[in-house]
Design a protein around this ligand. Structure first.
Ligand code: NAX
Length: 331
């Protein structure tokens, strides 16, 4: 039998956590033959709720679930973890300045970085979900220097999946037949959902999405804004932000990272920029990546037209500003 893998979920008493932990316990992330031990962290005001989630995990009698730690102690939560899904953070409340929200999250991610650096398993893989996701991941990277930078990522897979969903609806094709959309940049409304290289599987082979859609105005306008604004549309409809889709996409992110992407398919991940596509190095920026043997690689050599270039630069500028704001909170 395989040794259990320890998976940390921070903010586990929240909405995404509630959708995410049963998926993990069912083997959605690492497969039906991989036992897991869940480490769940939240803050003291949520301790009772967190314990309630633990009770439900026990009640669900998941065969793969070999243990549950529910704690408000960051060291206990981080000890020995192989995978960390960082969902906990400080939400923006009405009337709050951007800088104040940033400052709260910088201090959370700074201290959780130190705990992971000291106590997580060697080669722990991290994905940050909590907003501002890219910049939280960057802070985590800065304060966990012994964790390889390639192990620290942020979630843009929900945006990627939203783009797949929109194309599938528009063309009336199965979502599993659409692939190779790209989310470039920030997990924010400046992100650039790009279908220039996306295809749909047909009986006669892959067909380019731009050819099938045949409506450049829609692809450059409404499609992009729908994906960018989808989070707000969900809030409007549900009076709560996306949770099941965020949880499911976080599972997709980790699964593909660990188990690999299918041949000829890429996914979007927020990763530490090496300057590919002239994106400034040193940002956590969403790129198209393929994964193999537990490592991601940025897809190289895709053509970028003038329209795309502007969009890639715009979201990079926002991330550069966020980075500066985050650093100003450190001093
Ligand atoms: P909730 O407010 O329901 O849950 C957040 C949980 O985090 C709460 O239980 C809270 O007590 C806990 N928490 C706060 N500070 C903490 C700390 N220092 N350590 C541990 N836990 C802490 O929010 P939810 O809807 O679950 O969303 C969680 C985060 O995901 C938010 O930051 C949200 O903006 C972000 N999102 C990111 C998405 C992405 O695609 N990257 C999409 C969905 C979501 O909006």
């Amino acid at each position: 039998a395989k040794e259990p893998v320890r998976i940390l979920v921070t903010g586990a008493a929240g909405q995404i956590g509630y959708a995410l932990v049963p998926m993990i316990a069912r083997g959605v992330v690492l497969g039906a033959d991989q036992p897991v031990i869940l480490h769940m962290l939240d803050i003291p005001p949520a301790a009772d709720a967190l314990n309630g989630v633990k009770m439900e995990l026990v009640d669900a009698a998941f065969p793969l679930l070999k243990g549950v730690i529910a704690t408000t102690d960051v060291v206990e939560a981080c000890t020995g973890v192989n995978i960390a899904i960082m969902v906990g953070g400080f939400p923006r409340k009405e009337g709050m300045e951007r800088k104040d929200v940033m400052s709260k999250n910088v201090s959370i991610y700074k201290s959780q970085a130190s705990a992971l650096e000291k106590h997580a398993a060697a080669n722990c893989k991290v994905v940050v979900v909590a907003n501002p996701a890219n910049t939280n991941a960057l802070i985590l990277k800065e304060f966990a220097p012994s964790i390889p930078e390639k192990n620290i990522t942020c979630l843009t897979r929900l945006d990627h999946n939203r783009a797949l969903g929109q194309i599938s609806e528009r063309l009336n094709v199965q979502v599993c037949d659409v692939k190779n959309v790209i989310i470039w940049g920030n997990h924010s409304s400046t992100q650039y959902p790009d279908v220039s290289h996306a295809t749909v599987k047909t009986p006669s082979g892959g067909k380019p999405v731009p050819v099938l859609v045949a409506d450049d105005a829609w692809l450059k306008g409404e499609f992009i804004s729908t994906v960018q604004q989808r989070g707000a549309a969900i809030i409007k409809a549900r009076k709560l932000s996306s949770a099941l889709s965020a949880a499911s996409s976080a599972c997709d992110h980790i699964r593909d990272w660990v188990l690999g992407t299918p041949e000829g398919t890429w996914v979007s991940m927020g990763v530490y920029s090496d300057g590919s596509y002239n994106v400034p190095a040193g940002l956590i920026y969403s790129f198209p990546v393929t994964c193999r043997n537990g490592e991601w690689k940025i897809v190289q050599g895709l053509s970028i037209d003038e329209f795309s270039r502007k969009k890639l630069d715009l979201t990079a500028e926002e991330l550069t500003e966020e980075k500066a704001l985050a650093y100003s909170c450190l001093s």
